[in-house]
Write a protein that binds this ligand. Structure first.
Ligand code: NAD
Length: 370
């Protein structure tokens, strides 16, 4: 069983899907591990650290030769994978709804694409869930980046020269990223409020010291812990709620996503115009179409004196930590299914069918066949 990882090719990607820690653990399971030279460089992991862990380091071609499992953060282009074994697994994020051509190409090449975004939200898969681990870091970074952009202090400061008021921070969308954003803003001393369309988040907001802000009857819980799309009436109720609240905020962090759809629009230009000059909005959904009108990936857009910002790949701004967690998610996934007799992982139906996109030359995932 040969498990390998390549250097990520996507622009701006700093992460790596295998760390010396997980290389060691795969080797302990009986696998041979190889990694492309330089794969960890942008996550502060030198080649020597992989070698010390027992992995071999070489060119992409040498590493891929005879590979059974290829690990990736973002799935590599199929053309890169020529040397892997027929039917080899590729465990990575595939962005399957947006990158349908790539999924088809994997099927045509006879590779088995395992999409880590499709990990089911069940208790036993929590430790395998890259969306959660990366969203957690992204929620943290959104607040840090917004605080840096903001020209004032976050905590209340009582000084001999007078008092500095605490910043007011509003978090929209209280999933994994939103909860971490609340916690981070609170740690920095901001007054935090938050909203979501799943009513169960109200308790979670309170438990972190935030104030829940919910509109009457605004509830849109979807399958598997995800949100559903709002009706037009609900959208209007939400817009009213936001309009009333947002004008008093200094910092707004938006994190709302709906699986398989463009991110919902939560903040309009008219609403931004009511905010105080110097306020900052961080749009964590900017790469999925954006929650905020006018937001652009990797730019600070000034509208009505308000800075609107967001990164195309927020976890990549924390390469070492994001890699450590991503790599552990992949190890937890493959090791949970390790079959000692077969000397390889054998997936069960519940998780295997959820994450497998392609098999035997075909696209097989029911979410893509609907
Ligand atoms: P997500 O990234 O899909 O969405 C972020 C948040 O935005 C969600 O809370 C969603 O309800 C909210 N949202 C969507 N549309 C909105 C709108 N119009 N207005 C306001 N908010 C809106 O969500 P997520 O972070 O992946 O997590 C969602 C839930 O799933 C959480 O409760 C999380 O704890 C749970 N979860 C469980 C597991 C597991 O058990 N293995 C894994 C991951 C997440």
């Amino acid at each position: 069983m040969r498990i390998v990882a390549l250097r990520e090719r996507a622009a701006g990607e700093t992460r790596v899907a295998l760390t010396p820690e997980t290389a060691k653990k795969f080797i302990a399971l009986g696998a041979k591990v190889a990694v492309e030279a330089g794969a960890g460089a942008r996550a502060a992991i030198p080649d020597a650290a992989y070698e010390e862990a027992g992995a071999s380091v070489g060119t992409a071609e040498a590493v891929l030769k005879g590979a059974d499992i290829v690990l990736g953060v973002q799935a590599p282009d199929v053309d890169l994978l020529g040397g892997a074994k027929p039917g080899a697994w590729v465990a990575a994020t595939f962005d399957p709804f947006q990158q349908r051509d790539r999924v088809e190409a994997y099927a045509a090449a006879g590779l088995e694409a395992l999409s880590m975004e499709f990990m089911p939200r069940i208790t036993r898969a929590q430790s395998m869930d890259v969306l959660s681990s990366q969203a957690n870091l992204a929620g943290y970074k959104a607040v840090i980046a917004a605080a840096d952009q903001y020209g004032r202090a976050f905590p209340m400061m009582m000084t001999a020269a007078g008092t500095v008021q605490a910043a007011r921070c509003f978090v929209m969308g209280v999933g994994v990223a939103g909860l971490q954003a609340i916690a981070t803003a609170r740690r920095l001393g901001a007054q935090v409020s938050a909203t979501d369309v799943r009513p169960e988040t109200a308790e979670q907001i309170k438990s972190l010291g935030g104030k829940p802000v919910f509109a009457e009857g605004l509830e849109a819980s979807g399958d598997g812990g995800y949100a559903a799309e709002l009706s037009d009436e609900q959208k209007a109720a939400q817009a009213e709620l936001v309009s009333g609240h947002i004008a008093k905020q200094d910092i707004v962090i938006t994190t709302a996503l709906i699986p398989g759809r463009a991110a919902p629009r939560l903040v309009s230009d008219d609403q931004i115009a009511t905010m105080k000059p110097g306020s900052v909005i961080f749009d964590l959904a900017v790469a999925q179409g954006g929650n905020v009108e006018g937001s652009k990936p990797d730019e600070v857009v000034e509208r009505h004196g308000v800075s609107i910002m967001g990164f195309s790949n927020t976890p990549a701004t924390l390469g070492p930590d994001a890699s450590a967690l991503f790599a552990r998610n992949l190890y937890n996934f493959l090791s949970a299914f390790w079959d000692e007799d077969a000397g390889r992982p054998v997936l069960d139906e519940e998780i295997g069918d959820a994450v497998r996109l392609t098999h035997g030359g075909k696209v097989v995932n029911e979410r893509l066949l609907r």
